[in-house]
Design a protein around this ligand. Structure first.
Ligand code: ADP
Ligand code: MG
Length: 658
């Protein structure tokens, strides 16, 4: 087999599975073998019932009794399993057919997560195993993959196993270098990451694969850098009087870090060399205005600017902001290029970009991939650059475009690492937050506090503010008991209605939900209504995480906080505290654990992204296999800039030597 072959050529992968795998971005054999497990399951001996503790993932074996099923809004099946030491309750939601599979008085083996259910322990959504099947599973670690509905970890691991025997992985690291730096062979690393015997083996495999991820990334950066040194500035911009005008119209003045950064940009764009600058600034430090000022200057000099963002929601929001400030007063034509538009609408926008009628175009990466031809693009802004990696800069070049580049990122990275990662760019850092901001007040609570939190949110809304509630999942799933956006929205609607009824009036809180599976047009509509204050509570998945700016929102509540990386939680929190009002962030825990408290306390005690990152690393230590991964940074699969800083340096040295 060849790495570039379609997965359809793998035995057992039919048209239907291929379509499902595409949802996980798996198209080729290479995509499949690089779809690494996100965790491993260790099947241990069943434990006696009296040794069960809250939060444990445990197997129990025994005889069942008291089998009942209820068919309310949630279909619940329960029974008790007894062994020599005691009995434990088993609970299934929305799996009514379970009742038919179980016979009271017979022995079964179950595995699931132990939760507290009032005064007793219960195992939620346990899976049933045959004895022999279970014994087999105990022999090795089982990979757990990121999945989509209709695809199981078992299916992926089977397919991987099939192709691994058939593929030669080209080894690009000399044996001496590998030996010296504890890097296993690439082919071994890939085999082991999927099917490790021990966690120690998995760690060693991971180390090699992380090195390769950094290596490839840094090679790309290096190429960009080498090309850059020859680049002449064809867009020399010297007149910035319009920017002074714009600054006068703003309701605030720039912080000194913002002002300094903009001065540097002016110098860049008026010099002989093309600009390639990275602005690093924590969430809410005010990077957008810098992009706007730079774009305005470029447009006034007769050129075009493009703003690239990672999500539709963010594109829409930037579009509205740019329009408001630049259209009327400065006669700048701003256009939005969105995935939600029809082909005909897009075509229209393409034309205005091509003939120069559009001055500034805002959109997702479709902006540089599709049939977009600029008349004279002089500036490309890449917002939330950490979501993109180097591909976008490369794509621009490949289109024959060579504009000034302004990248912006909210990932707090130590300067030494930034210099390696953004080796082809100059660096500006915005450390200072706008003056009027009040620090966000944080709390970490368990679900017993939920009603209090909901009441608190209601109070904020009645005083004119808005709130976000984040759930980890879109809809109900058998595999996870995390909160989901769709049911949660219904539940809190009920809750608020009841509360209002008790007070003798009708509830007026407007609640809507938002998630990534919705159509782009729907998402836009919801976001717009939230931004204009026509929705009070937005229940959302993390699609809301990046860049969204609604100043009037003062509460962020995150359900199942334990499931998110700290960096991601910090980004989510950054959605509030953007105006002059006191804002609040409520981290709701879905389960208990000392390590969970320790991690969340970092966020409770620090509002500064740098501090959060540092503390997070201190806690995890570099030996952590997957931890709770930092989300979406640089589109790496395994690498974590903090925890793997040593490998990043090593890869950087190696690239230099090459
Ligand atoms: P981010 O750096 O996360 O992209 P934004 O650019 O979205 O942050 O800015 C967050 C909010 O702060 C915006 O509403 C913006 O108008 C406001 N803002 C930006 N700079 C300042 C400033 N110097 N003083 C007060 N508010 C500011
Ligand atoms: Mg931003």
């Amino acid at each position: 087999m060849d790495l570039l072959e379609s997965i359809r050529n793998i035995k057992g992968v039919g048209e239907k599975s291929a379509a499902l795998l595409a949802k996980l971005d798996i198209y080729t054999v290479a995509d499949l073998v690089h779809h690494y497990p996100r965790d491993y399951d260790e099947f241990k001996l069943p434990v006696p019932v009296n040794e069960l503790r809250e939060g444990m993932v445990a197997s129990v074996e025994g005889v069942i009794s008291r089998l009942t099923s209820m068919n309310g809004r949630k279909k619940v099946v329960t029974c008790y399993l007894s062994d020599r030491t005691g009995a434990v309750k088993l609970v299934w939601f929305n799996q009514p057919y379970i009742v038919k599979l179980l016979k009271p008085g017979f022995r079964y083996l179950f595995r699931g997560t132990v939760k507290r259910d009032n005064a007793e322990f219960a195992i939620m959504q346990p899976k049933m195993y045959g004895r022999n099947e279970y014994i087999k599973l105990m022999e090795a670690l089982s990979p757990v993959y990121e999945l989509t509905k209709g695809i199981t970890s078992n299916f992926i691991s089977k397919s991987v196993k099939q192709v691994l025997g058939d593929i030669e992985f080209e080894e690009r690291l000399p044996a001496a270098f590998r030996k010296e730096n504890d890097l296993v062979k690439l082919s071994d690393a890939i085999k082991t990451i999927h099917f490790p015997k021990t966690l120690k083996d998995a760690l060693a495999a991971r180390r090699r694969l992380v090195f390769d991820e950094f290596f490839e990334f840094l090679m790309a950066v290096r190429r960009l850098k080498e090309e850059k040194t020859e680049e002449k500035n064809n867009f020399i911009i010297t007149d910035y009087s319009c920017c002074t005008e714009l600054l006068k119209k703003l309701p605030f003045s720039l912080t000194s870090d913002q002002a300094k950064t903009f001065e540097t940009i002016k110098k860049d764009m008026s010099s002989k060399q093309l600009m390639s600058r990275m602005i690093e600034g924590d969430v809410g430090s005010g990077k957008t205005i810098i992009a706007m000022l730079s774009s305005l200057a470029v447009v006034k000099a007769g050129y075009q600017a493009a703003i690239m963002v990672p999500t539709e929601v963010l594109a829409k929001q930037h579009f509205a902001d740019f329009e408001e400030l630049l259209s009327k007063e400065f006669g700048v034509n701003v256009a939005l290029l969105s995935g939600a538009m029809t082909a005909a609408q897009k075509k229209k926008v393409y034309k205005t970009i091509e003939d120069g009628e559009t001055d500034i175009v805002i959109g997702t990466h479709a902006l540089i991939q599709e049939g977009v031809n600029f008349r004279n693009l002089a500036l490309a802004v890449i917002d939330e650059q950490h979501r993109f990696g180097v591909k976008q800069r490369r794509a621009l070049k490949e289109k024959g475009l060579n504009p000034h580049i302004l990248s912006m990122s909210a990932t707090p990275i130590p300067r030494s690492l930034s210099l390696i990662l953004y080796g082809d760019m100059e660096l500006s850092v915005i450390k200072e937050m706008p003056k009027e901001r009040l620090p966000i007040k944080n709390c970490v609570v368990d679900t017993g506090y939920r009603n209090t939190a909901l009441n608190f949110i209601r109070k904020e809304i009645l005083s004119g503010h808005q709130a976000y509630i984040i759930c980890p999942m879109v809809e109900y799933s058998e595999d996870s008991d995390g909160e989901n956006v769709i049911e949660y929205t219904e539940e809190i609607k009920d809750y608020y209605n009841m509360a209002a009824l008790k007070e003798g009036h009708r509830d007026s809180i407007r609640i809507e939900f938002l998630h990534g599976k919705m159509k782009a047009a729907e998402k836009n509509e919801i976001m717009e209504r939230f931004a204009t204050g026509n929705i009070d509570i937005l229940v959302s998945t993390t699609v809301i995480e990046v860049g969204v700016n609604v100043k009037n929102a003062t509460v962020m509540m995150i359900e199942n906080s334990e499931r998110f990386g700290l960096a991601q939680l910090h980004q989510l929190r950054g959605r509030v505290g953007r105006g002059k009002w006191q804002s609040y962030c409520i981290f709701m825990k879905g389960c208990e654990g000392k390590d969970i408290d320790e991690r969340l306390d970092i966020l409770k005690n620090n509002n500064d992204g740098f501090k959060v990152a540092e503390e997070d690393l201190r806690l995890r230590g570099p030996g952590d296999l997957f931890g709770v991964r930092q989300s979406g940074e640089m589109s790496w699969k395994l690498a974590d800039i903090y925890a793997d800083a040593d490998l990043l340096s090593l890869a950087s040295e190696y690239v230099k030597a090459l």
